[in-house]
Design a protein around this ligand. Structure first.
Ligand code: ATP
Ligand code: MG
Length: 364
């Protein structure tokens, strides 16, 4: 059983608290991604789990053991770092064999383990090379191989793809997912890239300033972000936020700003009642905006002026201004929009998000 459990774990460096009482359970064989902006404490958490950093308070359990005072080498964990940390003077074979030699594994066993793993990772023909004679992607595989041969209970990955070019990153994302399935291992993976988090994690943990903001399956977090930070961080391009007033007339609530007035769907009316006549932040994902047709209800439609057109081939990003609000819409590449032109947009009102402007918590 290789569950990892953090209970009220904190880290203080010279009076600065960088991890603030984190509770998190990573289940056996689960792939969990910690994601958040630079400096939010991701690496610190991994290093505390690995035993490379003392915790200031709290409890860390791996399996059914409390490991607070267990040294790194006895935690049965393998960590893959961003810079791979390969030994430059050793061949690939010896880099991979090193940990096993330290454990006094027999030579036959080492040979079998290293060659099998190299075969599995597609680096068998590289075993006699030194790291400087490898590409970034090949080095990355060697670092993975070195972790895999040790058959640890838990793998910790700290931004292992960030040194690779864009195409290789996409390929390695898929490979790591396959690897996870084959190894049946518990993986905790750190990244600041929300696309990596969304595509790889069984669950994702969104962090900010040493605190967990939300934990959930990727699509659950995407559909129901609990606060404005998560709403803006997950999803690319980011959610649009529009400062509005919650207006009410003839029994119908609407989000209103100088250029937009869209109806609140009946399903959300009760939750928003307390905000009538008050400020509210409307959240609209770029893909929930489309060019209006006669099918769209009039109270979900507004006019906007096109400011930017970014064709990407398979879709276009269209930046518009509606009243004082700037919005980005993600539209079909066939959309004919020119800068300066007025375009009529419609929103899917059921997909709108609303946030309290003070607390920034999601209202519904
Ligand atoms: N040894 C240290 N002494 C003092 N402060 C530290 C130390 N290590 C990290 N910190 C601080 O702790 C905070 C969290 O750092 P950490 O490396 O965990 O962030 P991160 O989320 O991994 O960021 P990045 O995405 O940039 O790698 C930062 O403000 C950092 O400056
Ligand atoms: Mg880091």
């Amino acid at each position: 059983m290789s569950q990892v459990r953090l209970e009220r774990v904190s880290k203080v460096y010279d009076r600065a608290t960088v991890v603030r009482g984190i509770d998190l359970t990573v289940n056996d064989k689960e792939f969990v991604v910690l994601v958040g902006p630079s400096g939010c404490g991701k690496t610190t958490i991994l290093r505390m789990i690995a035993g490379l950093e003392q915790i200031s308070s709290g409890v860390i359990r791996i399996g059914d053991r409390i490991v607070n005072h267990v040294s790194a080498k006895d935690r049965d964990i393998a960590m893959v770092f961003q810079n791979y940390g390969l030994y430059p003077h050793m061949t690939v074979y010896n880099n991979m064999a090193f940990g096993l030699k330290m454990r006094k594994t027999s030579n036959e066993e080492i040979h079998r383990s290293v060659t099998d793993t190299a075969e599995f990772l597609g680096i068998r023909e590289l075993l006699q090379r030194k790291p400087r004679a490898l590409s970034g992607g090949q080095r990355q595989r060697v670092a993975l191989g070195r972790a895999i041969v040790r058959k640890p209970q838990v793998f910790l990955f700290d931004e292992p793809l960030s040194n690779l070019d864009a195409q290789l990153r996409v390929d390695m994302r898929a490979e790591l997912k396959k690897l996870h399935r084959r190894l049946q291992a518990t993986i905790i993976y750190v990244t600041h890239d929300q696309i990596e988090a969304m595509t790889m994690g069984d669950r994702i943990v969104i962090m900010k300033d040493g605190l967990i903001q939300q934990v959930g399956a990727p699509m659950e977090v995407y559909a129901r972000p609990q606060n404005r930070f998560v709403a803006g961080f997950i999803g690319s391009p980011s959610m649009n936020f529009v400062p509005c007033t919650l207006a009410r007339s003839d029994g119908q609530q609407s989000f209103a700003n100088s250029g937009i007035s869209v109806a609140v769907p009946a399903s959300k009316a009760a939750a928003l009642a307390a905000y009538e006549g008050k400020a509210i932040t409307l959240g609209i994902r770029p893909e929930e905006l489309h060019e209006a047709t006669t099918q769209d209800p009039v109270n979900a439609v507004f006019d906007a002026i096109v400011e930017v057109v970014e064709p990407l081939g398979h879709e276009s990003y269209i930046g518009v201004k509606a009243g004082t609000a700037s919005l980005l819409a993600r539209m079909s590449p066939d959309t004919r929009a020119e800068v300066g032109q007025t375009i009529r947009l419609a929103v899917k009102v059921e997909k709108l998000h609303a946030f309290d402007p003070q607390t920034e918590q999601a209202i519904c």
